[in-house]
Design a protein around this ligand. Structure first.
Ligand code: KIV
Ligand code: ZN
Length: 389
């Protein structure tokens, strides 16, 4: 459990923006409203509802979400382009706590090849965008796209300039998922130590998972002073995805020594994961941390024996804590007598040691033929065992 004194990390959910960029996952406004309501109940601090300039449908979704969200700040994405920012502000007009998210690429790659521009001109564009966004809303988040590959000294100059222009949150995306955790953490530390005015704003981590490091990088970021993590349910998002919300939240809960906490209600994690998966038609990989079907399933005999004696022998999280059903004991040819007796007991058989020996022999012959033994098989195995006993 997080300690009362723990430093709060804001959870910025971008399931409905970066998450929805997954090919084939387009949601309509009604589906987005259902998810937005759930994210609000889950306790996200900020919800990125969309990119209003990108399409009329996205504009309507951001507008409708703004009307129904009660607790979270509602955020809209824009480029450092006046028209984008104006449309984002219009879409947010009903939000209780509106936030405009604007920014520009800051790496050499982006400056040269995307914008054919210079470092100075990029700073000017970022500053103008923040000032313009500030004329509509108080809360303006600036993203330095591809911050992961941006030289730290230049990044610090960008940050200082946009803070002066009024940015309240500075987002440092590892857009290409390239950074190593130490490197990303060092980048945040550098900004914390070298940017004038940094103590008045929040640094945000926005990590992509191209090398499977999004979660590790986000945690490294908050350990070095960032106080916001941008993430999605089930880690969905562009290419290999974004940081998984359920993972960073549970890491902070499981490690009180980190002294970090969030406002998320973990009991809703499992259900929210299912809801997003069904709505988007993207299935969750079985071994996905926290929310995969196998996250609390045990199939080897040694592990099953341990879990039946005491769940904590092989589980660090109580499934109930994340709203999952109880730990599952899966019967396969790798299972032992303890697991078979446990599962048989669950469906009404209290087997003596002698009976269990007979039943176990029949069980093994079944299990060699089938991938998994289900309750119906157990009934049949026990019936068959009585004949040979
Ligand atoms: O990955 C990224 O850089 C982004 C920004 C637009 C915030 O999604
Ligand atoms: Zn992104």
């Amino acid at each position: 459990m997080p300690q009362m004194s723990a430093k709060n990390v804001q959870i910025f959910d971008t399931t409905l923006r970066d998450g929805e960029q997954v090919p084939g996952c387009k949601l309509n406004t009604e589906q987005k409203l259902v998810i937005a309501e759930r994210l609000d109940q889950l306790g996200v601090d900020i919800m990125e509802a969309g990119f209003p300039i990108s399409s009329p449908g996205d504009f309507t979704s951001v507008e409708e979400i703004s009307k129904i969200v009660k607790n979270a700040s509602v955020c809209a994405l824009s480029r450092s382009v006046e028209k984008d920012i104006k449309i984002a502000a219009e879409a947010l007009k009903y939000a209780k706590r509106p936030r405009i998210h604007t920014g520009i690429g800051t790496s050499e790659q982006h400056i040269k090849h995307k914008f054919n521009s210079t470092k100075e001109k990029i700073i000017e564009r970022g500053v103008s965008a923040v000032k313009y966004a500030k004329s509509f809303v108080e809360d303006v988040e600036f993203y330095a796209e591809d911050a992961g590959r941006t030289d730290n000294e230049y990044l610090a100059r960008v940050c200082e300039a946009v803070i002066k222009a009024g940015a309240t949150v500075l987002n440092m995306p590892d857009t290409t998922g390239y950074c190593l955790p130490e490197e990303y953490g060092a980048k945040i530390k550098y900004l914390m130590e070298n940017v004038k005015g940094i103590e008045n704003v929040i640094i945000s981590c926005h990590c992509h998972n191209d090398l499977g490091l999004a979660t590790a990088n986000s945690i490294s970021g908050v350990l070095n002073g960032a106080r916001q993590i941008e993430c999605t349910i089930n880690g969905i998002g562009e290419r290999a995805g974004n940081t998984a919300l359920e993972e960073v939240v549970m890491i902070m809960r499981q490690h009180p020594s980190l002294d970090l906490s969030t406002n998320i209600n973990p009991k809703l994690l499992f259900d929210t994961s299912r809801m997003v998966s069904e709505s988007m038609g993207i299935y969750v990989q079985p071994n996905k941390a926290i929310v995969g079907v196998n996250a609390f399933a045990h199939s080897s005999g040694i592990h099953q024996d341990g879990v039946i004696k005491n769940r904590k022998t092989y589980e660090i999280i109580d499934p109930d804590e994340v709203g999952a059903s109880e730990s599952a004991i899966i019967l396969t040819a790798r299972s032992g007598r303890a697991a078979l007796a446990y599962r048989a007991n669950k469906i009404g058989y209290n087997l003596s040691k002698n009976e269990l020996d007979h039943v176990y022999k029949v069980f093994l012959s079944f299990a060699d033929e089938k991938k998994e033994i289900v309750d119906e098989d157990i009934h049949e195995i026990i019936k068959k065992s009585v004949h040979i006993a």
